[in-house]
Every structure is written in structure tokens, then in C-alpha cells.
Design a protein around this ligand. Sequence first.
Ligand code: CP3
Length: 340
Amino acid sequence: MNMRFLDACWGKPVDRTPVWLMRQAGRYLPEYMAVRSKCTFLELCKTPELAAEVSIQPVDILGVDAAIMFSDILTPVEPMGMKLDFVPGPVFENPIRSMADVEKLRIPQMEQDVPYVLETIKILRRELAGKVPLIGFGGAPFTLACYMVEGKGSKDFAQIKRMMYAAPEVYAALMEKITTMSMEYLNAQITAGAQCIQIFDTWGGILSPVDYERYVLPYTTRLINGLNRMETPVIHFVKGSGAMLDSVQKAGGDVMGLDWHVNLGAARDLLGPKMAVQGNLDPTTLYAPQNIIEREVKRVLDENAGRPGHIFNLGHGILPTVSPDNAKFMVECVHRLSQK
Ligand code: CP3
């Protein structure tokens, strides 16, 4: 049984640094594309046998120390009453713009509305059979709100920021509803068998530290506090949080996800010995020749300087045009260079 990943989440010593890659199940793998070519992305998310199959692919192919269930952060938003499409980026036909829109959103009944997510987790626990632990995940309330209000990805996030500043009561009502939904969704994942939860706040870093504390922190804090996490560590990843790690730490959680804009050692000094960290190789390093990949893996390990509570990862998701051989080589480097 490979417990390295969970041990590191709890800050316990391990024989070698555990490693996985954000978005490790995806388009850079020909094996993923083979499954994906037969259905749409949403169909893949809603077919537990196939979702489980692509979740296990990176475990077998790359030798990573954890599996992450295959789904999307927007999967539970669709049953709130928002029609969702992927082209391949997510698109909501009718974005949230008013209090009436917020009031129409419903809190899904997880067993009835997203049974495929819970079933994927159950299949994965059975098929992984303790080989590596299983990570469940969800979007942080703010990142989900960004997509729900903008209706799609955005460069300036004008709509969500306009709502935040000009219609704070609508923003607060929306964030409350998303937080409640997320708490129930992630707790259902834990009940189904997820052994760790990662919260993705991909867009938290678009705000100033003051606005982060004002408009995001209260909701993420309520979410993390509401999770059944006695035996299930929580990883909190806020992309672009390097200049406000002290604020983000106030949300709680067991592991801080770091992007590549911070020095991992300096971040650890700031966060203190009780909080584990995950990260933080620049994802584009995987385009480099292997001697550079090895040098950069060693640099990140050196920044950690042997402290317990480090999970090696990229600083954001693996890019679709990366060579699987380089991803595999990165994993081997982490294992070889960190071996005690
Ligand atoms: O990590 C994993 O392997 C599990 C699967 C996973 C996906 N999305 C599958 C996916 C996870 C953890 C996510 C999270 C997610 N989804 C985030 C947070 C992480 C991050 O990268 O910041 C966000 C912001 C989304 C929303 C989303 N979904 C976007 C912006 C896109 C399109 C971007 C792109 O890569 O083209 C998706 C689609 C998506 N989600 C794909 C996959 C494999 C590609 C769809 C396809 O196969 O056609």
C-alpha cells in the first residue's frame, strides 16, 4: 500500500517525496484521447466506468503516487440549473446576473443529481485497491462564481467584479449558495470514498489581498470548516496567491497548493511547520530537455530542504501539448532525487 501521499499531507515523514500532476488525466495522454474520441467530455464525466479508466491511466503510465477522480469543477453546477457546454472551455448559456437568477439556483441532491461522480469514486477505490490514494476535488466558491457570472473564461473578469462591487448583496447571496452546494458535494465525495480533497481556486489570485480577504476568504473558510476532514486532508490551491499566502492560510486546510511564482522554501518559512505544501514546478518546464527538467526538479526539492510535508506537483495543470515521456521522466526524477 502506497501511503506516501497521505502521510505527506499530514506532515509525516516519508521514504521519498510523493508526486502527482494537476490535470494528470487529460489530453496530453494518447490513451486519454482514445477514450475521449468516442464521446463528449461531459459524457465521459457522466460515465463512471470510463471516468474511472482515465483516472487510472496516469497512475499506470506515469507512476504517480495519487489518483484524482476524473470530472470537472463545473460538474455540480449544471444540476443547480445552469446549462453547461464545453467547447472545449466551459460555457454557460445563461450566466447569473441578478438576484432573480441567484434565487432560481437550486442546491442539488448529490445522490440523485450527480450519482455518476459518487459511482466513479466507488469504482476507483475498488480498482485502485490501495495501490495509491484517491483525491476528490471541487472548485472554490469564487472560481465557480467566476464561471457562473462570466458565462465562460475571461481575461478581465469584468462581470464578476462588477457584481462584487456594485451589487454586493447579489454577490453574497450567490457565494452563500455555492458554498453550501460545495460543502454538500465534497462531503458526499468523502462519504463515497475520496481520501483527500483538493479545492481549486484558479481565479482567487485576480483579486488584491484586501479584496481576497473581503470577498473570498469568508466563503472558503466556511467551506473548509464544514468538511468532514478528521481523516481526510484538504489541499487548498489558490493560483496566483504568492503575495497573499498569509491571507489564504487563514481559510484553514492541511496542505497549501503553491504555483511557480513563489520560492517553495520561502513559502514554507512563512506558512510554518504545521502546514504541508504542494507544488510547484512551472508546467512549461516539461517542454524543456530532460537535463533541464532534472535540474528544476532538484531545485524545487532543494528549496524544500528535506522538511516533512511536501507533495511534489506542477504549479498548475499539465499542458495538453506536453510529451508524456517528459511527464514520466519528471516523476522518476522526483522519486530518485528524494529517496532517503
Ligand atoms: O486533474 C485531473 O486529471 C482531473 C480532471 C480535471 C479536469 N478539470 C478535466 C478536464 C480537473 C481537476 C479539472 C479542474 C478544473 N476545470 C479547473 C481547476 C484547475 C485548473 O486547471 O485551474 C478549472 C478552472 C476547470 C474548468 C475547465 N474545464 C476549463 C477551463 C476547461 C478547458 C480548458 C482546456 O484545458 O481546454 C475544462 C475542460 C476539461 N476539464 C478538460 C479536461 C480533461 C478538457 C476537455 C476535453 O477533454 O475536451
